[in-house]
Design a protein around this ligand. Structure first.
Ligand code: F0G
Length: 446
């Protein structure tokens, strides 16, 4: 079995199932006693907790530093991360918070904000976790890293492996990831295997591969990924001047991101960096809703895998690895779960686009879910809500083009509702008259 030799002196690994603590993790990052997932803890915080005022000042000062690690929106917060000497960084993080006025109107909110994690170096939130886990892979001397992916993890892993001088192995479901993401993995030099199975099948296969070859596992079962992904929440709080929003809404796939954001808010509260918690809610596609079902059927005690299907391929996941961590976040922050249809996702994606921001389909479930939560009264129109947009619009241009051309969704499923958002390209004779006529016609429509 491959072991990750280094565990920083300041951290230990705790099992989320049986609570046992370990100094080192096995190659599958599971508890050797009960097989559940591990999370990183900082026992030193109990005896000598870092001072919130000092931390905030240090983090602010680093913004003007020329050091690569300080320019990273992840490593700038290294006091809340496992220690490493030489991080592999692409200056990840540093993502903007945008106000979304037309989305606010569509959702019935006074105001609405989005933190756009798609503005990371490879176009998704995965970079914030990958910089940490890839750094530990290199420090532990691994030559190969590997992941199963719906596309974004593989793009991110391939980039960080290339920067770190490591090789990367990607397992993806054939035909079920967007071309943009596949293209990235290829360009960054990954050995890319398209397997005739779904994401969940790729995950099962990879756990076998990791047992039999010295490759470092970079899926979000790797707790170092979760630590890096925490920094989106820390950076968000800094951007909001440490005033906690009422709600944070996040898409749910393998459930690593909701777990990471929740861990960050809980740790920030424990350390006194913030005085309250936001409610963290998780939105899934109706066709890939195992967490929603688990919460509704057993209050999160049991999760039954589903056969996942959605055009939001990033979250086409039926057996999410981090579901127990996500359930804990829902319970500890008072958040909820919701599911949204394919039509609702497509509509929300176009609405986010019309605010000049844009995102990939999986990110748009946040707005679609928010609309439902407002209708249910779980979110009040005057509350402060931050959507986590996880991927860039250009990750999946085919979805966007098909939506605007009108051939994304079958039959009449919500077609009328979607028409107002459709902006199909207009084919014209190459004449100024034709263009001017189109301009005039468009002018009448507003
Ligand atoms: N949004 C996007 C754009 C994603 O790529 C993913 C996951 C999620 C949301 C869900 O996040 O898994 O932490 O709950 N993509 C993974 C991948 C599974 O392989 O790229 P999660």
């Amino acid at each position: 079995m491959v072991t990750n030799s280094k565990a920083s002196v300041s951290t230990e690994l705790r099992c989320v199932g049986c609570g046992a603590t370990h100094a080192h993790a096995a190659g599958n990052f599971r508890c050797p006693l009960c097989g559940d997932l591990l999370e990183i803890c900082y026992p030193a915080w109990r005896s000598a907790p870092p001072e919130p005022v000092t931390l905030k000042a240090i983090w602010r000062d680093r913004k003007s530093s020329a050091r690569a690690a300080d320019q990273s929106g992840v490593w700038r917060f290294h006091e809340l991360l496992p220690a490493i000497d030489d991080p592999v960084t692409l200056r990840e993080g540093n993502t903007p918070v945008y106000e979304l006025p037309s989305c606010a109107r569509a959702a019935g909110m006074d105001r609405l904000y989005a933190k756009h994690q798609g503005m990371n170096p490879t176009g998704s939130f995965k970079d914030t976790g990958m910089t940490v886990a890839a750094s530990f892979a290199r420090e532990d001397g691994f030559r190969w890293v590997a992941c199963a992916s719906t596309g974004n993890t593989s793009a991110s892993m391939a980039a960080y492996a290339a920067r770190a001088g490591m090789r990367s192995l990607v397992l993806i479901p054939e035909g079920k990831i967007s071309w943009g993401k596949l293209a990235q993995a290829l360009d960054y030099g990954a050995v890319t295997c398209q397997l005739k199975t779904d994401f969940d099948g790729c995950m099962r296969l990879l756990s076998e591969v990791v047992k039999r070859a010295p490759v470092y596992l970079l899926n979000s079962v790797n707790p170092y990924r979760i630590e890096g992904q925490k920094t989106a929440a820390i950076e968000l709080m800094e951007q909001l001047d440490w005033v906690v929003p009422d709600h944070v809404i996040v898409p749910g796939g393998n459930l690593g991101n909701s777990s990471a954001l929740g861990k960050a808010f809980l740790e920030m509260k424990e350390l006194g960096l913030i005085s309250a918690l936001p409610r963290i809610s998780v939105i899934q596609a109706e066709g890939a809703n195992p967490l929603v079902r688990a919460m509704r059927e057993s209050q999160g005690r049991e999760l039954r895998p589903v056969q996942a299907e959605t055009a939001a391929t990033a979250i086409r996941i039926g057996n999410p690895a981090s579901w127990k961590k996500a359930v804990r976040v829902l319970q500890q922050t008072g958040g909820t779960v919701e599911q949204v249809s394919e039509v609702e996702i497509a509509l929300a994606k176009a609405e986010i686009g019309s605010d000049g921001v844009g995102c990939e389909p999986a990110s748009a479930v946040t707005l679609a879910g928010l609309k439902k939560l407002v209708r249910q009264g779980f979110v009040k129109s005057n509350e402060k809500v931050v959507l986590i947009l996880t991927g860039h619009l250009l990750k999946d241009p085919e979805f966007t083009l098909r939506f605007h051309r009108g051939d994304l969704l079958d039959g009449d499923s919500g077609a009328e509702m979607l028409k107002a958002q459709r902006r199909a390209p207009i084919v014209l004779d190459a004449s100024a008259d034709a263009v001017l006529k189109t301009l005039e016609a468009a002018n009448q429509t507003l």
